[in-house]
Design a protein around this ligand. Structure first.
Ligand code: KIV
Length: 298
């Protein structure tokens, strides 16, 4: 799955993700919620693109992922689908779509696959999701697990903080991850857990672990693209976010320059507007602007 700019790399599939662990390849994973971001993230060689329910906080302005609906996930997954060619496209199952049992989970996941174009779904939880994961896998829907900090549990947890930091909680996390693998999950996200525990889980599982705030020893890493780009409005910046660009400042600067140009009349220029053809100007008795050429019609 090595990405070479010169040649078109192979499409990333669920079996390829499983095999990446045997080959010792570190997968690159990012989120996307819309078509242009999906085009850029996919074109840059990302292996797995997640339409995360983080879209609730990042692009819909909610306080958490809890209010995100299935219709919202479908709307954004369809947009991302149109922009992705190579990466494996995974969609998050939003809060409430699988908590009422495997039948509802299968119905919701089928919609994300059939209508949204997702190639796999992700859901949060460990041992309490085993039956649901089994049922989804039996319905030919590949499942990515997600343990550690599970943002959909915010109301139970009270806040987003480091998980699995006691010996009992760490043991339970390793067991949860193993149970998800046994139920058929093809990868497991580990969010905000101590790096030593992420290392243990990674060594224990045959399927890849995908870390976010889980240290360097996971098989893959994921970040929220808007965090990486400096385009996030979240009140806190967790220590695991590395910001690689400041797109928010770049956008701000561009908009301020545009505003200045509009106010001073520097925008638009003659080249950015359309001249009236000479014959029409003559018929209408209108004077054409000095120096106009008819070269530009588009
Ligand atoms: O919703 C999301 O973006 C996620 C990733 C942070 C793993 O679940």
């Amino acid at each position: 799955m090595v990405y070479l700019k010169q040649q078109r790399p192979e499409k990333v599939t669920v079996p390829a993700v499983r095999q990446s662990k045997e080959r010792g390849e570190k997968l690159v994973c990012l989120t996307a919620y819309d078509y242009p971001t999906a085009r850029i993230v996919d074109g840059a060689g990302t292996d797995i693109i997640l339409v995360g329910d983080s879209l609730g906080n990042v692009v819909l302005g909610y306080d958490s992922t809890v209010p995100v609906t299935l219709e919202e996930m479908l709307h954004h997954t369809r947009a991302v689908r149109r922009g992705v060619e190579r990466a494996l496209l995974v969609a998050d199952m939003p809060y409430g779509t699988y908590h009422t049992g495997p039948d509802d989970a299968v119905r919701a996941a089928l919609r994300l696959v059939k209508e949204g174009g997702a190639e796999a779904v992700k859901l949060e939880g460990g041992r309490n999701r085993v039956e649901t994961v089994r049922r989804l896998v039996a319905a030919e829907i590949p499942v990515m697990g997600h343990v550690g900090l599970t943002p959909q549990s915010l109301n139970k947890l009270g806040s987003y903080r480091l998980q699995a930091k006691t010996a009992d909680a760490a043991r339970a996390l390793v067991e949860d991850a193993l149970l998800l693998e046994e139920a058929g999950a093809f990868a497991v996200v580990l969010e905000v857990v101590p790096r030593e525990i992420a290392r243990e889980v990674t060594a224990a599982l045959r399927v890849p672990t995908i870390g976010i705030g889980a240290g360097p020893d996971c098989d893959a890493q994921i970040l929220v693209t808007h965090d990486l780009l400096g385009l996030s409005f979240s009140k806190t910046s967790p220590r695991f976010v590395r910001q690689y660009a400041n797109v928010r400042d770049a956008i701000n600067e561009a908009i301020q320059t545009y505003a200045e140009d509009v106010r001073t009349g520097a925008f638009p220029s003659d080249d950015e507007s359309y001249p009236l053809p000479a014959d029409a100007a003559a018929e209408l008795g209108l004077k054409r602007d000095a120096g106009e050429e008819e070269k530009k019609t588009s």
